[in-house]
Design a protein. Structure first.
Length: 243
């Protein structure tokens, strides 16, 4: 583990999977904070290719945005595969993606985002980061209850109480549609960031990267691909956001 650093409200730790949403969040954090670090989680996900692509996204952003490169600090990867084995779903097992009897998609990993924030907060405590940034979104949250802002607010309160740190859990995409997320990326990094998102980021639940669509790599059929493709089509059709 890296050395402990002094606390700073100017340091952000981004929960970074290397997908479209976390790529936008990383750009958002680099636009706002003096120092930004990233953390990824290996929880036994079927689309483990994201663990490779997250590094490709970082490198591409460093090369394309010199001003951001100076702010981007260390990357961390945490092994929480034991959690993924307990909280099994269609993201961690070879199962059909469908709606379950609970009314939730079978891709829902129970408590995944809660676990992510707990591990990230423990890391942030050592890295001197008071800001945690996540790509959770209520608008396109696919039925995941741990993507709601009320859930994040409760987790923020618990972390502040349990760790005696003024953690600030930022979710810049919380109220955005996928089209608005594409628009936010363009506002933050122009065509370069959109190109990086399309070519390097990975969202597909099936882990497919053998075909590059206008919106990026993916199977084109899973819920993640459908949301991403639909948002891209809406954005390129002339959508303009108000961010």
């Amino acid at each position: 583990m890296s050395d402990t650093l002094p606390p700073s409200a100017e340091t952000a730790l981004v929960l970074f999977s290397g997908g479209q949403d976390s790529t936008a969040c990383l750009a958002w954090a680099l636009h706002r904070y003096a120092r930004v670090e990233t953390v990824g989680f290996d929880y036994g996900q079927r689309h483990a290719v994201e663990m490779t692509q997250r590094l490709a996204v970082r490198e591409a952003m460093i090369g394309a945005f010199p001003a951001w490169a100076g702010k981007l600090g260390e990357d961390h990867v945490l092994d929480i595969r034991s959690f993924g084995a307990v909280a099994s779903s269609a993201l961690t097992e070879d199962r059909e993606i469908e709606m379950t009897e609970r009314g939730l998609p079978s891709t829902f990993v129970p408590g995944r985002n809660l676990a992510f924030f707990i591990y990230a907060a423990a890391l942030a405590d050592r890295r001197g980061a008071d800001v945690l940034v996540g790509g959770m979104c209520e608008t396109d949250f696919s039925g995941y209850p741990d993507c709601r802002r009320a859930t994040i607010d409760a987790m923020q309160s618990a972390l502040r109480l349990g760790m005696e740190r003024p953690f600030d859990l930022q979710t810049p995409l919380m109220k955005l549609t996928k089209a608005e997320t594409w628009d936010l990326a363009h506002q933050l990094g122009g065509d370069k960031l959109v190109e990086i998102t399309v070519a390097e980021s990975h969202t597909c639940y099936q882990g497919v990267r053998d075909e590059l669509h206008p919106w990026g790599h993916g199977c084109g059929e899973c819920p993640a691909c459908e949301l991403r493709a639909k948002g891209y089509e809406e954005w390129t059709a002339g959508f303009t956001g108000g961010q």
